[in-house]
Design a protein around this ligand. Structure first.
Ligand SMILES: C[S@@+](CC[C@H](N)C(=O)[O-])C[C@H]1O[C@@H](n2cnc3c(N)ncnc32)[C@H](O)[C@@H]1O
Length: 307
């Protein structure tokens, strides 16, 4: 008893103790929560009662809360989470996404753009898009709705805006708590650019989210999505599979949060491949749908136009 309490107090030996707790936790997750034929996002039927939460099968009505708990739990260490998950490459992917979209009111145009960044929590993409529009086209008129289902994530975005002294209490920028599957506060045919970055795979009903993106865009509006995808090179895929096994353990060591990182890995594995997701975008009504795989397909940019 005395020895074990001394051991527990010693910071030098804390790490192995914590590790063994994480592995116990990992075994518990895998033993107790074995999935029973979870539905895939592409085979889900309207009216179906169950969906997947990572590798688990859960009631559709509970998934939103479970996803909410994950992001509330990682909200204040959000950058750290992204850096751990992507080895820091997410910054390059986001930069490429913004440059490729190349949006902003052109100098010869009189009409500012209405952007909406869904699942935008941290504000990374929204602020990047506005910065790009200003620095490249001198556009300081276009508006931005940053929408997220999770108020904690939006608070992080607002905090970031305040810290950087830009876009905080800016009349052009609105932070809105809303479900991307519905966006009930957003009028139909009202947006020029719809972006969603590393968010749509968390939706309970991805197709519904795509249909809603189509609804809120004006004719001529552009849908642009950055999301984890399927690695096309078998060797890279093997390396990634190994990395994915380590990630939750790293998540628990760095952020003391095994379960959230485990969910994130599993949600990536469940997300449809490039061609399947492209066909879902087309099913929503978008034309000229296409994609670009990044870093061997670890993630991909998808797009489509509402005509
Ligand atoms: C991994 S974060 C991405 C944040 C940011 N877009 C980025 O690229 O850094 C995923 C976000 O999706 C949000 N989210 C999950 N389900 C959502 C839904 N149904 N509607 C809106 N946001 C959702 C989460 O709250 C979280 O903020």
């Amino acid at each position: 008893m005395l020895i074990s309490s001394l051991v527990a107090r010693s910071s030098l030996v804390n790490a192995p103790l914590r590790l063994s707790r994480f592995f116990t936790q990992a075994r518990r997750v895998y033993k107790e929560e074995e999935p029973t034929a979870p539905p895939s996002p592409t085979t889900e039927q309207p009216g179906q009662k169950y969906t997947h939460f990572g590798s688990k099968t859960v009631l559709k009505s509970t998934k939103q809360k479970l996803v909410g708990d994950v992001f509330s739990s990682v909200a204040n260490r959000y950058d750290l989470m992204n850096d751990v998950m992507s080895l820091g490459i997410h910054r390059l992917w986001k930069e490429h996404f913004i440059n490729k979209l190349d949006a902003g009111k052109r100098p010869n145009s009189t009409t500012p753009l209405n952007f909406i960044d869904v699942a935008g929590g941290s504000g990374d993409i929204a602020f990047g898009l506005l910065d790009h529009a200003e620095s490249k086209f001198g556009d300081n008129e276009s508006t931005m709705d940053i929408v997220d289902i999770n108020a904690d994530m939006l608070k992080e975005g607002e905090k970031r805006a305040m810290e950087q002294g830009k876009y905080f209490k800016d009349p052009r920028v609105r932070f809105l708590v809303s479900n991307g599957e519905v966006l009930e506060e957003i009028e139909s045919d009202s947006k020029d650019i719809y972006t969603v970055s590393f968010g749509i795979r968390n939706f309970t009903d991805i197709q519904k989210g795509l249909n809603t993106a189509y609804r809120v865009l004006k004719p001529g509006g552009m849908f642009y999505c950055l999301e984890f995808s399927k690695i096309e090179n078998p060797l890279m895929d093997l390396a990634y599979q190994q990395w994915a096994k380590v990630l939750p353990v790293m998540g628990s060591m760095i952020a003391n949060d095994y379960d959230s990182y485990q969910y994130l890995v599993e949600s990536i594995e469940r997300f449809p491949d490039q061609e399947t997701f492209k066909s879902m975008i087309e099913k929503a009504g978008f034309k000229s749908a296409g994609y670009e795989s990044l870093t061997f397909g670890v993630c991909a940019i998808h797009w489509g136009i509402k005509v």
